[in-house]
Design a protein around this ligand. Structure first.
Ligand code: DAH
Length: 359
């Protein structure tokens, strides 16, 4: 091997061994710098004969080029490695955390209340609320239940311990058995005209497929100078058509009895039962849906409203009952068991609008 080749081999090895750009630069200076080994050889060219000088000059230039090329190649490898190391050390995760799966759902009771409020709000009703713990006056007496009347027993009332220091009706506290109690609060505090709906919890000591100790009712009350039974019917027929989304829904009103209304009625809607499937709409069967009537003059009087000047109508319906009918839920007790599979199946998404008539 010629001296030049040996030199080249030696330098190329040091180039390849350079672990970073700085040591590569040192290698370049040692080989090609002003006092570098190849540069030193160039300086000896003057001592050679013209022929030798030419040959050696060309060989040295080639050597210089070859070493430069080796250095450049090594430099780009080292630069790429340095860049990769930097990218790895400065890595940041710019992706968004994935949205968690939507696990919650709107309970059918909440959804149904929203739908009912939307329909009645369109008719000018506003929402009123009242306490769940009541006294005998608001639950019974003001609503024209005579003392010792069997209807009081029919309500399967949950009574709380008597209030200390009081006796008789004044001492009695109970869980309201219906939302009609709030009619009394509203009439005691608001001047007619009154147009309210009252969604809320009610309590009765009863438990089977269609009864739970806690359930919900939607009460309605309208008081003005001229409201009559025709207004009551028109309002409730319109509500049922929109709620059940059936335009030609058959309806009928049957005479009934409630102490707080006179006359009183129960409203039925048409349905069919074919092959065990219940369908709301024209058919050969009827479903009872709510109680209603013209507010009894005694109730108006008990609440401080002059029955010679004002009259009105009221209605009350079970929210679970209409939800079960609309959404095909067979057993009332399942509403309150908090079974996640049930909630997933019957629950509603936060942005879901199941009733197109409301959109
Ligand atoms: N309060 C009654 C019940 O719980 C429902 C009801 C019927 C309410 C007729 C009313 C009404 O306002 O007029 O069964």
């Amino acid at each position: 091997m010629s001296n030049l080749e040996a030199l080249k081999k030696e330098i190329v090895e040091t180039v390849k061994a350079a672990g970073d750009i700085q040591s590569l630069e040192e290698v370049r200076v040692t080989a090609l710098g002003k006092k570098g080994r190849v540069t030193d050889l160039m300086k000896t060219l003057g001592t050679l004969s013209p022929d030798e000088r030419k040959e050696m000059g060309q060989a040295l230039n080639r050597l210089k080029d070859e070493i430069s090329a080796e250095i450049d190649a090594r430099a780009s490898i080292l630069k790429a490695a340095a860049m990769n190391a930097r990218l790895a050390s400065e890595k940041i995760d710019v992706t968004l955390t994935p949205r968690p799966e939507n696990k919650g759902s709107i309970h059918p009771i909440s959804q149904t209340i929203e739908e009912m409020i939307t329909i009645f709000a369109d008719m000018g009703f506003s929402v009123a609320e009242g306490p769940e713990i009541e006294d005998d006056f608001h639950n019974f007496t003001a609503l024209n239940f005579p003392p010792e009347h069997p209807a009081r027993q029919m309500h399967d009332t949950f009574y709380l311990p008597d209030v200390a220091g009081k006796t008789g009706d004044a001492a009695k506290r109970l869980l309201r058995t219906h939302t009609s109690t709030v009619q009394v609060h509203v009439m005691q505090t608001q001047k007619p005209p009154i147009r309210v709906i009252i969604p809320g919890r009610t309590f009765r000591s009863d438990y089977d497929m269609t009864h739970t100790p806690m359930f919900h009712q939607m009460e309605g009350l309208l008081i003005d100078k001229a409201a009559h039974m025709g207004h009551l019917k028109g309002c409730l027929i319109e509500f049922c058509k929109r709620f059940f989304e059936v335009d030609d829904l058959p309806t009928r009103f049957r005479p009934s009895f409630f102490p707080f209304t006179e006359p009183s009625a129960e409203m039925d809607i048409g349905c069919s039962r074919e092959k065990g499937e219940l369908k709301i709409g024209a058919g050969s069967s009827w479903l009872e849906i709510l109680g209603c009537g013209m507010v009894h003059p005694n109730v108006l009087k008990n609440c401080g409203i002059d029955p010679d000047e004002y009259q009105g109508f009221a209605f009350g319906m079970g929210i679970e009952r209409v939800a079960m009918l609309k959404y095909g839920i067979p057993d009332l007790r399942t509403f309150f068991e908090s079974d996640l599979r049930w909630l997933k199946h019957y629950g509603f998404g936060p942005l879901e609008q199941p009733n197109k008539a409301l959109g």
